[in-house]
Design a protein around this ligand. Structure first.
Ligand code: GLA
Length: 360
């Protein structure tokens, strides 16, 4: 492929084009990563459970492999999601037979942050310091009086309240290279109620004097995007003084269904037939995914003054976390075709259109 055929190069004056990749995908996607991307996110390799599986015992080999790829690409890494309610080892929350005290948890987060920064400062330009700490469902005061209307009722939250979020940002501000930016990252971030919770979380951090540089908008699409809400959300987050990264963009086949259409869930009668039909990759639905990408990028470009990076969650459709996602366990996995490159790792039509859209 010629130099001209590079998303990253074509979009240089707008924002970086990133991809999440796992250490297992590095050889398969080597060519595409070099050609089209100028930011790299480890899919799992910098999460807590893989980097510090036992307290004080760090394992860096898999994260190192991602960093080595980034160096080969001549780019830096978006380090992803150390402090998160998932993929965190059970020891974090325990002190022998008792629950860990907030102070112990903060000390653990601090030493983890220090170790990660000592190893990767210089290779990392942005950290997703805390991931997904707001709640999804509306708070029901009668049913869950002890829960928060804003925060996810995670083990971290139950033990520390909001303190773990502040501790994570404070530690990162202490140890991260001064030019690396500190992000809060979340999903369903354009849904007005969830967005309000995210805004409260960020305001709380700012009021407590914690440095937050950016908002990571995950942008996983399971429903057709509401482009007006997307624009409003970018403006709201940027209005908090934050830079914006799109951190986990993908467009599930489910996003091609009509908005508001009744959807069956795993376990509902008739679910398997429903989901098989919903995910059937017809040419019309594949076109629709293309069209969604074109429109999303149109919006992103129009906010290039505040958006610094757009990252897809994976490189190509041959391997993505959505294979089998949302299906009954016994069902054969159905592909959802959510990325910019197809199962044969070839650019989809939208890649050409995204390039044409920015041709001088
Ligand atoms: C979330 C996390 C990611 C990843 C995806 C699904 O969005 O932030 O790290 O686990 O889910 O794979």
């Amino acid at each position: 492929m010629s130099e001209l055929f590079s998303l990253a190069k074509a979009y240089e004056k707008y924002f970086k084009i990133g991809s999440a990749v796992s250490s297992f995908g590095l050889s398969a996607y080597h060519g595409l990563l070099l050609e089209h991307f100028n930011s790299l996110t480890p899919e799992n390799e910098m999460k807590y459970d893989l980097t510090e599986p036992a307290e004080g015992q760090f394992e860096f080999a898999r994260a190192d492999a991602i960093v080595a790829m980034a160096r080969e690409m001549g780019v830096k890494v978006r380090a992803h999601a150390p402090v998160w309610h998932n993929q965190t080892p059970a020891w974090m929350y325990r002190d022998g037979d008792s629950p860990a005290s907030p102070e112990l948890i903060y000390a653990r987060i601090d030493s983890h942050s220090k170790a990660m920064c000592q190893r990767y400062n210089g290779d990392v330009y942005a950290w997703d310091v805390v991931n997904e700490a707001t709640r999804d469902d509306p708070w029901d005061a009668a049913k869950a009086p002890d829960e928060s209307p804003v925060y996810r009722n995670s083990e971290y939250y139950r033990l520390c309240g909001t303190g773990f979020i502040e501790a994570a940002f404070r530690s990162m501000a202490r140890y991260a290279a001064p030019d690396a930016q500190l992000f809060y990252n979340d999903y369903n971030e354009c849904m007005p109620k969830k967005r309000d919770r995210i805004v409260s979380l960020i305001r709380n951090l700012q009021e407590k004097g914690c440095r937050v540089d950016g908002m990571g908008m995950q942008q996983h699409y399971f429903a057709a995007p509401d482009y007006d809400e997307l624009k409003r959300s970018i403006e709201i987050y940027a209005g908090l003084g934050l830079r914006i990264h799109v951190t986990e963009l993908d467009v599930s086949m489910m996003a091609t269904l009509n908005r508001g259409e009744k959807r069956l869930k795993p376990g509902d009668p008739g679910f398997e037939e429903y989901v098989r039909e919903a995910l059937r990759a017809t040419p019309e639905k594949l076109d629709k995914i293309n069209e969604i990408y074109i429109k999303l990028f149109e919006v992103y470009r129009s906010y290039a003054d505040v958006i610094d990076c757009v990252t897809t969650w994976g490189v190509a459709d041959d391997r993505t976390w959505l294979d089998g996602f949302g299906m009954n366990q016994n069902m054969p996995r159905i592909k959802q075709h959510p990325l910019l490159f197809d199962e044969n790792r070839q650019p989809k039509p939208c890649v050409r259109q995204l390039l044409d859209a920015v041709k001088e």
